[in-house]
Design a protein around this ligand. Structure first.
Ligand SMILES: Cc1cc2nc3c(=O)[nH]c(=O)nc-3n(C[C@H](O)[C@H](O)[C@H](O)COP(=O)(O)O)c2cc1C
Length: 355
């Protein structure tokens, strides 16, 4: 099991081709009302869409085995499982000797002699369905404190959304298959993913995430800084290779007079801009928390690439013919949203906002 969180602890378990994947969520107070329909809706947003997602079709039925009684948390750890039904490991066996570049195969095979290569084993994006189910429960908990999170696709390949989107626009992205914010962007991004797939290739992109309602001072300092915890959470998601808050790396090209977010009064302290992405000193400054993550192109591609044969100790070639997402980004959007909700819920309990 892979653990995350302190006051709200999340354990992730399972493998791509095991009987199930799942999560254990401990630490939520008893009596929190949980809407299971909303969990199913969140999980559905992670499902692959035809032509831009993997052909592997799972019903993704979320089973809450314990921890929920009459629609409310009952103080026991929530145990959640999602069964793997549509498994076919046949195309993976050759990666035991000829590891896929870009995937976890090589270090996993060296480190874990019993590694189950089918579907990438425990390194599979399949496990993120459990992050979505448990994270949505946290999102429902956070909402009772007026805190909400929404994410959207901000770029695919070279197609970039140049606008800073509002929370409502981010939430509105749910109607588009690529999870971008407009119909026009959706068409272009969809076309780019299809083209990459048709080419036997894959494409990457970015996800932007917005959290509203954080009170000023929400977060920790130093290694418990809110941005540090979010970064740790994001790098736990397979294929995430970078994160920036607010203007992020762009801050390196600014002067302080441009980058600082000046304060003013309007029913409390506000910031005129949000170059910091809502975090200073590891804590919320009251502006929405905004960060952007980058997801690399899917490693498994049909194009032939150089690899090695680990049995024969020689150079070789590998081409991936199994079922894969030509782009991870559209499916990663809800994962980013729900992983953020897990961090926020844990922080709510640490802050003892409950008292
Ligand atoms: C939602 C989701 C779906 C994914 N689908 C695939 C896939 O179909 N094929 C693949 O090779 N990798 C896929 N990945 C990425 C791999 O799991 C990941 O690249 C691999 O475990 C190596 O880890 P790293 O990229 O973090 O280094 C997916 C990741 C996520 C989050």
């Amino acid at each position: 099991m892979y653990q995350f969180g302190e006051k709200i602890r999340f354990d992730l378990f399972g493998k791509s081709h095991a009987d199930c994947v799942g999560g254990i969520l401990e630490g939520l107070p008893a009596g929190v009302r949980i809407d299971e329909t909303e969990i199913a809706e969140a999980v559905a947003l992670r499902k692959p869409v035809a032509k831009i997602g993997t052909p592997r079709a799972e019903d993704d039925k979320v089973e809450i085995v314990q921890g929920l009684t009459d629609g409310k948390t009952d103080g026991n750890p929530l145990l959640i499982i999602i069964r793997n039904k549509n498994t076919d490991g046949s195309k993976y066996l050759k990666f035991s000797t000829t590891p896929r570049p870009g995937h976890a195969d090589l270090p996993a095979l060296v480190k874990f002699p019993e590694h189950d290569i089918r579907g990438g084993g425990q390194f599979s994006g399949r496990l993120t369905v459990a992050i979505v189910a448990t994270g949505n429960i946290c999102e429902q908990f956070n909402r009772s404190f007026g805190i909400e999170t929404a994410a959207y696709t901000s770029s695919i390949g070279n197609i970039e959304d140049k606008d800073d989107r509002s929370f409502e626009e981010a939430r509105g992205s749910r109607v588009y298959p690529t999870r971008s914010c407009t119909e026009d962007l959706d068409k272009k991004m969809y076309g780019d993913i299809v083209a990459a797939g048709n080419d036997g290739d894959s494409v990457g992109g970015t996800v932007t995430c917005i959290t509203e309602g954080l009170p000023i001072g929400f977060g920790g300092i130093w290694f418990d800084a809110l941005d540090a915890l979010i970064a740790k959470a994001m790098f736990g998601i397979p294929a995430c290779k970078g994160i920036e808050f607010g203007k992020g790396f762009g801050l390196g090209r600014m002067r302080g007079s441009q980058s600082n977010d000046p304060y003013y009064y309007d029913n409390g302290v506000r910031t005129r801009t949000n170059n910091m992405g809502g975090i200073v000193g590891g804590m919320s400054d009251g502006a929405p928390m905004v960060f952007r993550t980058v997801f690399k192109p899917t490693p498994s591609i049909a194009k032939e690439q150089d690899t090695v044969d680990l049995d024969r100790n020689c150079n070789d070639k590998v081409a991936v013919t199994g079922r894969h997402d030509p782009c991870i980004v559209p499916r990663a959007v809800i994962v980013v949203e729900c992983m953020t909700a897990l961090v926020i819920a844990d922080q709510i309990m640490k802050e003892k906002v409950m008292e």
